[in-house]
Design a protein around this ligand. Sequence first.
Ligand code: AKG
Ligand code: FE2
Length: 281
Amino acid sequence: MTTPLLSQEEALQKRDQLVNDGFCIVPGVLRGEQLEEVRAFSDDLLDRRKVDPKHRYQGSDFHVGAMRLQGTPRAVHCAEFSPIVDRLIDIPEAWEVCRLLGLEGQKPDDMIIILSKPPFGLPLYWHQDMLNWNHPEATSPWPTRIFLSYYTTDTTLENGCLRIIPGTHRKRIPLHDLLPPAHGPEIQAITDLSHPAFQDHPDAIDVPVKAGDLVINDARVLHAARGNSTPDRRTLVLQWHSIFPCPQVPSWWRGEIPEAIRNYDPTLTYEYTRTPGEHLK
Ligand SMILES: O=C(O)CCC(=O)C(=O)O
Ligand SMILES: [Fe+2]
């Protein structure tokens, strides 16, 4: 018998953190040869391909599809495909972690995004990545869209670790109203790093991790990354998953269910927007 990655008690504590703070970390999920394989793959891709200057704050933004994505409509978002991506998305330990946390109805996007910070690379602006703020799912107290992150090196305050403002996935703060939509032309055009998108925030926390730790984030939480002040590249390999498809309520949920979800009408459609509206109080 191998030791489980998380005890039941730890899993509940991680789930509470994901629900309340908007993120949690499970150590040592991507390991050994598979971690080496992902590191070598991302290094090779980053050596081969040129970063568009508009991605200078993200460091890079390369989408790589799973082999099984080929021939589907979403394949258009990827310039290349690799079986390494299928293997990375399918890691049994990661699925076991998600099962232990009670993430239900989970569906991966079948692609990864390589976000590298080059040596001495810039910090990343504060942002959140929810695309569907008009939809009733945006009111959900549980996550419905998550990104699973593996960093291929240890991350530190010096090489560009992730930063998070806990709780901002469900609670509006003044910063929300000062931020241009994430990864769009307006935020990418900022040249003055004294803009609020790059300022420290009293409630921000640093999230340094070890290579191969699994970071699970709610798409709605405000996050950023420190700049890289070292001569070594810092790479993040990120994957998107949908969970609890609206109006599905987690089997373990004991709290209130928002009215917008209780009254969900599947025949209505909502325009995509990255800007939080009335669903973020
Ligand atoms: O580089 C990081 O650590 C975070 C990247 C990110 O959140 C993004 O590009 O949307
Ligand atoms: Fe992000």
